[in-house]
Design a protein around this ligand. Structure first.
Ligand SMILES: Nc1nc2c(c(=O)[nH]1)N[C@H]1C(S)=C(S)[C@@H](COP(=O)(O)OP(=O)(O)OC[C@H]3O[C@@H](n4cnc5c(=O)[nH]c(N)nc54)[C@H](O)[C@@H]3O)O[C@H]1N2
Ligand SMILES: Nc1nc2c(c(=O)[nH]1)N[C@H]1C(S)=C(S)[C@@H](COP(=O)(O)OP(=O)(O)OC[C@H]3O[C@@H](n4cnc5c(=O)[nH]c(N)nc54)[C@H](O)[C@@H]3O)O[C@H]1N2
Ligand code: SF4
Ligand SMILES: [Mo]
Length: 672
């Protein structure tokens, strides 16, 4: 008789997301049957989103790559053995290193998996002797640097602390879509009578829950925050004690504020005078917590935008207090682990750096040495990097491209070798996100991978052996995890307990800066950044308009009148879930009611959205409450599903922190 063997196990969501959920996974006869939220995990609280649940389908998907693949000279794919793939790839690596030096190899990666052991990819290239490395961030770089300048680090309040607020301001975070557990806390907050304000150019689901929705011109949030501070100061509502005792350079902020009038703020943000006053009152009658999103810092002025909103939190006395805080990233989580050791950072290597945004330009440009070999792991650059057409050109230029992935993505299509990788349920690791809460989750190996798929760790280890530096990879999983958690274990944090329970909190403050010991050079909250000064950058907060706009690029609006946002999709984590959601084969463009009326567009009409970088076809969806000259196309679509919106986005760099400027993008629309 055939008996079903049913097991319930803890596991973890590996996806790059605020929430870092803990899972309960049902395994029957060696197959993943169901993924649910772990009810015991204090933040997950038994609830997960569709992206997490779909990891069961992704794991079982027959369209996954299950064997190493090689492109033949005729451009066809054939499967090859691991032995052959590893031998050929290591031979090529050895050759290009001998002839051009190690920096002729580019490692293009992002952070699509939150596994701690994923960072051994850097160990591989250190041991190899060097490489061309990508730095900076498509995601949050400008805002992170802003918070480091202001506070000395980017740290968030514990999730439940929002219930101690009097007012909550959600500033450019698409909470209901991207951060579902904060949404849960907001619903609870609302029941307690805590007021919720949403500031966003799009009237999203979170705006619908809010008491106040403030629609704003994209890229103008710095001005809005400046206006609110001006109103606070004019009314003498500032926290003078905090300003006198715990801050540095307040006079320089006042000077910046003097450069702009409230009338200009109203004109350029589209926010009324009355609303400025409402916000000034909320911030001064706190505690008021602010939750910043990442969308609004993907503009050339993004770092300064975050700096001035931080300044609003500081002037109004909402720093270091329960129910207050300007929440953005939560870096103390990642900083708790010994990633430097896993990545072998003490080993000297020959390193050249490109930024993530300009890696395609640089690949096409550099000669000494040229990029000969591109290795891609935990990233899908052809879809996710700005200016896709340039990225495709760059990948076509390299002699050899190797991609490690679970799927034949648009990037994999351009490769010479594609190596099949495992999913979270087929490998063991611990998972964390430095974005929202302080819990780490454990994910054991629950099922065997299909075919010959292998973990990234296995692939780097085997390649290292081929290249005669296998000694750097000669550890068991337990030893790797111990290596990566050594400092934590010395502080009494227990890896065993984390494995047993499936999750464990890290020893991190629930209310950052409650002792007013800031990690800045002055030890105070800095309106005038000594770090920036030391690096030869502008120390004062500046009010800068977006790059693609009349003020900085005169004449551009005549040619490209509409601002294009490209938000994170609801049902997919970036490009990862498109192959298993019914995505269709065309992009959808959300269009404001004003644009629809100007261009005589109806729901379902087809349009071409274009600028000097490229064009894409999309079907119109009229979006009520979207700012008047603004449109949105969700990011992450593969070619076969209509093509990436990044065909249109610019590859420039933000004012600080080597961040992206993906939303600093103007386009035009033509009906077809
Ligand atoms: N469903 C889903 N969830 C995700 C992800 C995903 O791909 N899908 N990705 C995860 C990752 S990696 C990240 S980085 C986070 C990002 O999380 P979020 O920051 O919440 O998401 P974004 O899509 O970047 O955009 C956030 C919001 O910024 C608004 N916005 C755009 N421009 C401006 C502006 O100028 N001013 C203001 N005030 N608002 C503006 C947009 O309208 C949007 O509501 O989400 C994570 N969660
Ligand atoms: N236009 C526009 N572009 C954007 C954004 C935007 O808002 N607008 N957001 C940006 C942001 S915030 C981010 S974080 C980036 C994300 O950019 P990416 O991280 O590149 O995007 P993903 O689609 O999440 O994942 C990339 C690939 O990693 C693979 N993968 C998943 N897990 C593993 C693993 O364990 N090992 C290996 N080897 N591969 C794995 C997936 O199958 C997928 O093909 O995109 C950025 N791009
Ligand atoms: S994608 Fe985010 S919200 Fe969804 S299950 Fe994973 S961590 Fe949780
Ligand atoms: Mo991100």
């Amino acid at each position: 008789m055939n008996r079903n063997i049913v097991q319930k196990n803890v596991s973890a969501c590996p996806l790059n997301c605020w929430d870092a959920c803990s899972f309960h996974v049902t395994v029957t006869n060696g197959k993943i049957i169901k993924v649910e939220g772990n009810k015991e995990h204090p933040v997950t609280d038994g609830k997960i989103c569709g992206r997490g649940r779909m990891l069961a389908e992704k794991t079982a998907d027959p369209n996954r790559i299950t064997r190493p693949m090689k492109k033949t000279t005729k451009g066809k794919w054939e499967s090859i053995s691991w032995d052959k793939a590893l031998m050929e790839i290591s031979t090529k690596l050895r050759e290009v290193k001998r002839e051009y030096g190690p920096t002729s190899v580019l490692h293009s990666h992002d952070y699509s998996s939150n596994g701690l052991l994923k960072s051994v990819d850097e160990r591989f290239f250190r041991a190899f002797g060097g490489w061309t490395k990508v730095e900076g961030s498509l995601c949050w770089g400008a805002g992170i640097e802003a918070q480091i300048r202001d506070f000395g680090n980017s740290a968030a309040h514990a999730p439940e602390d929002v219930l101690s607020s009097r007012h909550v301001v959600i500033w450019g975070r698409n909470v209901s879509r991207t951060n579902m557990h904060l949404f849960r806390y907001l619903k609870e907050a609302r029941k307690k009578g805590i007021s919720i304000t949403v500031i966003d150019p799009m009237k999203n689901q979170t705006a619908k829950l809010a008491d106040n929705y403030i629609s704003i011109q994209p890229g103008s949030d710095g001005l809005l925050a400046a206006g609110v501070i001006k109103v606070i100061l004019a009314n003498h509502w500032e926290d003078s004690y905090f300003l006198d005792n715990h801050t540095y350079g307040f006079e320089t902020l006042k000077k910046t504020l003097d450069s702009i009038s409230l009338e200009e703020v109203v004109l350029k943000t589209g926010v009324t005078h009355k609303t400025l006053e409402l916000l000034a009152e909320q911030y001064s009658n706190g505690p008021t917590s602010t939750f910043l999103g990442l969308g609004m810092q993907r503009y050339q002025n993004g770092g300064n935008t975050i700096r001035i909103i931080d300044a609003l939190g500081a002037v109004s006395g909402n720093i270091g207090k329960a129910g207050g805080g300007v929440n953005y990233g939560h870096l103390p989580v990642g900083q708790s682990f010994d990633v430097d050791v896993l990545a072998l950072r003490e080993k000297e290597a020959d390193i050249r750096t490109f930024t993530r945004m300009n890696q395609a330009e640089k690949t096409l440009e550099v000669a000494d040495p040229p990029i000969k070999f591109i290795f891609v792991s935990r990233g899908n650059p052809v879809t996710q990097l700005p200016n896709s057409n340039l990225t495709i050109k760059a990948f076509n230029k390299a002699e050899t491209v190797v991609v490690i992935d679970q799927y034949f993505t648009d990037t994999a299509e351009l490769a010479d070798y594609v190596l099949p990788s495992t999913t979270v349920f087929e490998e063991e690791d611990i998972y964390y996100a430095s974005m929202y809460h302080s819990y780490v989750n454990y994910g054991p190996k629950l099922v065997n991978p299909p075919g010959e798929a292998k973990s990234d760790l296995w692939i780097w280890t085997e390649l290292a052996k081929q290249l005669d530096f296998g000694r750097y990879f000669d550890y068991t999983i337990d030893e790797w995890l111990e290596m990566g958690t050594k400092s934590l274990r010395e502080k009494g944090w227990s890896l065993e307990e984390c494995k047993r329970k499936g999750y464990l909190k890290l020893p991190i403050e629930d209310i950052p800066w409650n002792n007013y010991q800031f990690q800045t050079p002055s030890g105070k909250y800095e309106f005038y950044s000594l770090k920036a000064k030391g690096e030869g950058d502008v120390p004062q907060i500046q009010l800068i308009p977006p790059l693609e706009g009349e003020e900085r690029t005169p004449g551009i609006k005549g040619k490209f009148p509409y601002r294009l946002l490209s938000l994170h999709p609801l049902r997919s984590n970036h490009s990862q879930h498109y192959p298993i959601v019914a995505a269709g084969d065309t992009n959808v463009v959300d269009v404001s009611e004003e644009i629809a009326s100007d261009l005589n567009l109806d729901d379902g009409d087809y349009v071409v959205v274009k600028n000097d970088r490229g064009q894409i076809k999309a079907v119109v969806r009229i979006e009520q409450g979207l700012q008047k000259d603004t449109i949105n196309i969700d990011e992450g679509r593969w070619n076969r599903f209509g093509g990436s919106v990044n065909i249109l986005t610019p590859s420039g760099e933000s004012d600080m922190g080597k961040g992206s400027i993906l939303y600093d993008c103007l386009v035009t629309i033509e009906k077809i």
